[in-house]
Design a protein around this ligand. Sequence first.
Ligand code: ZN
Ligand code: ZN
Ligand code: ZN
Length: 412
Amino acid sequence: MTLSLEPQGGPGPDLTIDLDSLDKEQWGPSCVTFLDLEDHTMDVISVDSNELSCPSPRLDRDLIAHEVRVKQRRIEDICICCGSFQVSTEHPLFEGGMCASCKNKFLESLFLYDNDGYQSYCSICCSGETLLICENPDCTRCYCFECVDTLVSPGTSEKVQAMSNWVCFLCLPFPSNGLLHRRKKWRDRLKAFYDQEMESPFEMYKTVPAWKREPVRVLSLFGDIQKELVSLGFLEGGSDHGHLKYLDDVTNVVRRDVEEWGPFNLVYGSTPPLGHAVERPPGWYLFQFHRVLQYAQSQAPRGQPFFWMFVDNLVLTADDRKVAARFLEMEPVTIQEVCGQVTQNAVYVWSNIPAVKSKHAALTAEKELSLLVQDKPRARPPAPAPAALVKSCFLPLREYFKYSSTALPSPP
Ligand SMILES: [Zn+2]
Ligand SMILES: [Zn+2]
Ligand SMILES: [Zn+2]
């Protein structure tokens, strides 16, 4: 039995209530208010006071069962994530509604992974501190105690903890557990949900069930990501595992070459790390990456997952970055390695891999500036390959390609 007991929101007061201490049978007005705090450090606050002003007309989640079973309210008219009646859309994975703020949280967080290879947040509410982990080796999903106790039945989380080899609500053969009903064709629903709600120029690829996942085929330009992909379980010896083609120079590569080597599912490219002797201007790497990406993309079967990532180890000029944003149709995000208070290394990343943006977009212009100021001392010892910094960004590919789950956790 694997169970994550680490608080997900970092150090902070553990204010999670023991749900069993509440009287489950008493569905009347409750003394418990669930506050939806942005930083997820506190999910539950117990206050026995009328003075507390509720942030929105939102229901104690324990009352969801009462509303559905006794008051005959449709579960599609309740946000199953927080209990609000102000429903803005349907939950893509389970029957039930979703309010606007829970929808945004879900869009931002569903594809976020921790370094242990499991998703960072609950697959139902996309928050939660203490998470139950699905033990199906092909699944990376987690569920919070609160969702499980509220929507399946009180006390379920405790039973799940006591079980060995618990398999989650999306992996179980039967679709219904208490009020929790898995939607039919939830992978289609999830894709439609992201395509409709996410402000992105790229469509989301439908996630692939484990029995249909193929080994990933990777084209890696200028920087090699073999080590990172091996440590994540995507590549390994043997024909059952992925395939990686690494090219240091693509000057003479033509479309026919790429077609011969492909098709590829992932094209990676990077500018050389600072401190490495290079003969080319930094912009050359961008143009060559874009050229080869076009070849690979046009060969990829339509609708099949096709991902790409371009990483700049802060060698592109501001003008180059503008060109990159135009060519790659998105603004970059900054990923940094912080040691204590000091940023040791940073890269700009353009990618269509899910969650790369939501995980790293929060950097302010001010902070970016401070990174660039620190650029000079960073240049002296050759910086590590940028691939090491972006490794965790590849974890969402576990929803699409075959991987070996024994590969994690791995040494850095
Ligand atoms: Zn909600
Ligand atoms: Zn939850
Ligand atoms: Zn599962």
